[in-house]
Design a protein around this ligand. Structure first.
Ligand code: PXG
Length: 435
């Protein structure tokens, strides 16, 4: 495997030429660590891509997948069924906020977002409000890479090459990051007014009767770990409710314990109409995503006509047996080990903010078990300093993620104090070594 030919695989969201000139290949993983093909251990400081919440290679998940593959490798959910997605949907509904009792499965977060968009438009149409087809996203948010999610997203690098084929009818709220408020622990104060832009600018411009839904990621992780200020999400909820607009929380990263609760909805005490999820539902072991739906929305679809298919949408692998088996095992593990409690959240916050004062550090941000340190950009070379930090961390056996000039941290929820010490100790050393 060490001498594998790297030319043929077109890697996603990667500088392919740079990577292939200097590859970082892992061979195996266990708990908090990868082992590279050279045999070096590397601490996973990002739950790989914000998803391996229970840590790597967890026996109950591995065994559940193995068992399931031998018993029922695949059965579709198109007019056929098998028990697992039903059992999983029941488990997810029990973890979701009250009144959100139905689950639609996809394979990824991107598919979950585009599914939620179709649900929103379909719901309004069934209620005789077919003019509600517009959406509101937000600057610096990330909602995956399908056309709906790319259009809703607010990271310009992900949008600019496709500008001509993005969806019409989408406005973007301002992002929630205030560069004047730096080194804030958790949520900044006084965020409600920021959400008023929806009612003061966007709704008057288009009229609420044309707007289907507002879609936000409660903490914008891949936008650079932007934590919403206090009151912001609650105010969005109020405004949406007042105008009959659905509120969608994209919880692909914030779900499954990341903020110390099953979902950000519970952490913030704000209940949306739809929740999209993926990643941590299987702890990353098998692809799986989905949408959790408020009962009234599901009931509207079910009651709209006397008989026949209610929702013309689905994926071949919606409710795949292997993914459902992995998810059920992951949810068991999360419950048994009480991983959603994240007792080390305060230690994590301290560790993130202890980076303040090191060379180049201009901001530290955190919530739950997500954090970032922002570095001053090198003049004329945005992102270069954080990328170099990422490479140096890897050389020293720690995996973090560069996002622009920020370095993001998102350890598996099983991380112990010694892992946090290693993660932030190495990061601090690297920051001291940077030019
Ligand atoms: N919504 C959110 C909030 C996400 O973070 C998606 C949707 C899309 O999920 P899928 O499963 O289709 O990838 C994501 C994914 C990064 C990075 O740079 C983050 C994601 C994906 C790729 C890169 O941190 N998040």
């Amino acid at each position: 495997m060490r001498d594998v030919d790297l030319r043929h695989y077109w890697m996603p969201f990667t500088d392919n030429r740079r990577f292939k000139a200097q590859p970082r290949l892992v061979a195996s993983a266990e708990g908090m660590y990868y082992t590279t093909v050279e045999g070096k251990k590397v601490l996973d400081g990002l739950a790989t891509l914000w998803c391996v919440n229970a840590g790597h290679g967890r026996t109950p998940i591995v065994e559940a997948i193995r068992r399931q593959a031998g018993e029922l490798d695949f059965a579709s959910s198109f007019g056929l069924g098998h028990p697992l997605p039903f059992a999983l949907a029941e488990r997810i509904a029990a973890l979701a906020p009250a009144g959100m009792g139905h689950v639609f499965f996809t394979n990824s977060g991107s598919e979950a977002i585009d599914t939620a968009m179709k649900m929103a438009v379909g719901y309004h149409r069934l209620r005789g409000e077919g003019t509600r087809t517009r959406f509101v996203g937000r600057e610096r948010s990330y909602h995956g890479v399908n056309i709906g999610g790319t259009s809703l997203g607010g990271v310009s690098a992900n949008r600019k090459a496709y500008s001509g084929i993005l969806m019409p009818g989408i406005d973007h709220l301002r992002h929630t990051h205030d560069p004047q408020r730096r080194f804030v622990r958790g949520c900044a104060e006084n965020g409600a007014q920021l959400a008023d832009e929806l009612e003061e600018r966007i709704i008057p411009l288009h009229d609420a009767s044309n707007i289907a839904a507002v879609v936000v990621d409660p903490v914008s992780a891949s936008g650079g770990v932007l934590v919403p200020p206090k009151g912001y999400l609650a105010r969005l909820r109020e405004i949406c409710s007042r105008h009959g607009i659905l509120l969608v929380f994209d919880e692909v990263i914030t779900g499954w314990g990341r903020l110390g609760a099953p979902f950000a909805a519970q952490h913030f005490g704000v209940v949306p109409d739809l929740i999209t999820f993926a990643k941590g539902i299987t702890s990353g072991a098998v692809p799986l995503g989905g949408v959790i739906v408020r009962n009234e929305i599901y009931d509207t679809f079910m009651g709209a006509q006397a008989a026949g298919m209610e929702f013309f949408h689905g994926y071949t692998y919606s409710g795949h047996p292997l993914a459902c088996a992995a998810a059920l095992a992951a949810l068991d593990l999360y419950a048994e080990e009480k991983l959603f409690d994240i007792p080390l959240a305060a230690a994590f916050e301290d560790a993130v903010h202890a980076l303040k004062g090191l060379p180049h550090v201009v901001d530290c941000r955190n919530l739950g078990f997500i954090g970032a340190v922002e570095l001053a950009a090198r003049p004329g070379a945005p992102g270069a300093r954080a990328y170099e930090a990422f490479e140096k961390c890897w050389e020293r056996g720690v995996f973090v993620r560069p996002i622009g000039d920020a370095l993001a941290f998102c350890p598996p929820l099983i991380a112990e104090k010694k892992h946090l010490e290693e993660l932030f100790g190495v990061t601090a050393e690297v920051l001291k070594s940077l030019s």
